[in-house]
Ligand binder design. Structure first.
Ligand SMILES: Nc1ncnc2c1ncn2[C@@H]1O[C@H](COP(=O)(O)OP(=O)(O)OP(=O)(O)O)[C@@H](O)[C@H]1O
Length: 294
């Protein structure tokens, strides 16, 4: 179990992450938010890599800042995983196993082989990392985070740079791991969250905006999602940035937008998806900021 109690981070006078609290049980959770929302700050705080300005995070009741005891319980994969270029995948995983795992050498070896297989790096396991593609480095990053079967795995943008086959393989590996661990994955790819996570955390401007079931996210766009068919001329005259989607039809362009009132007399309320709900959440905030600025 991963818990945040009043956890927050300030840089000088500014909150990068305003104090927040939550409790995550075993399973896979999506962490969503626009650029600068505070996702990396939250992940680094939860991984114990950064001292909070307030509050604390714990794994199974142990503070994530309590050194070795906590480190073996947490696996973290940063957005860009860096390693010594001359090390091979097998060497890195062996080294990580020695540091993190209390198991016997023979068990550590078995785990290294199992992980190389899981991330499809068996064939390249003895080549130096400098010869790896970015997707292979990403997969190696995931494998090192899984060493020692930690209780919590935090992954920043896990599928960026992976081809579709590898993306599916990785998603399945994380889904299987989520049966026994807490997995928090930050991503800009809503599809990854939709296929893998039951619950989601949304941050905007350093604030916790939503923490709950993925299915509940759509509710934020309910009664505010409008759809109508515009002629091509009307569509060209519209403020395009206000449209969530525009799809050509036989007679014109099918438009969707978020608004408190119908944007045209022909617009009808539409059934929102999780993505519409997410966009409603993050644009609400931007709209309020714009109002304040005027
Ligand atoms: N070292 C730092 N010093 C000052 N401000 C910082 C520092 N690191 C991050 N910030 C600020 O904290 C806020 C949150 O940043 P963070 O990197 O956590 O966002 P993010 O959601 O991960 O963004 P992205 O999706 O772009 O990676 C931003 O306003 C950022 O400018």
């Amino acid at each position: 179990m991963l818990t945040a109690y009043n956890l927050g981070k300030k840089y000088k006078q500014e909150w990068a992450l305003e104090p927040l609290s939550f409790r995550l049980e075993r399973g896979m959770y999506g962490l969503l938010g626009p650029n600068g929302a505070g996702k990396s700050t939250l992940m680094r705080l939860l991984a114990g890599l950064m001292a909070p300005s307030t509050g604390e995070a714990t794994v199974q009741g142990v503070s994530v800042r309590s050194g070795l005891q906590a480190r073996s319980r947490i696996g973290y994969v940063p957005q860009t995983f860096q390693m010594y270029p001359q090390l091979t995948a097998r060497e890195l995983l062996r080294h990580t196993a020695r540091l993190k795992s209390g198991a016997s050498r023979a068990e550590q070896e078995r785990e290294v082989e199992r992980l190389l297989h899981s991330v499809n790096l068996e064939d390249k396991a003895d080549r130096p990392a400098r010869t790896y593609s970015s997707g292979m480095v990403k997969r190696l990053g995931i494998a090192q985070a899984l060493v020692g079967s930690p209780d919590v795995i935090i992954v920043d943008e896990p599928t960026t740079g992976l081809d579709p086959e590898e993306r599916i393989r990785l998603r399945n590996l994380l889904a299987e791991t989520a049966l026994r661990s807490v997995i928090l994955l930050s991503t800009h790819i809503l599809g990854d969250v939709e296929t893998s996570c039951k619950d989601v955390i949304v941050l905007t401007d350093g604030k916790l905006r939503y923490n709950g079931a993925l299915s509940g996210l759509a509710r934020h766009a309910e009664g505010r999602l409008w759809q109508w068919e515009a002629s091509e001329l009307e569509w060209r005259a519209m403020a395009q940035e206000r449209l969530l989607a525009a799809r050509r039809t036989a007679d014109g362009v099918l438009c969707r937008t978020l608004a408190d009132a119908p944007p045209t007399p022909y617009a009808q309320l539409a059934e929102p998806s999780m993505e519409d709900g997410y966009l409603a959440l993050i644009t609400e905030r931007q709209a309020k900021l714009a109002e304040c600025a005027h």
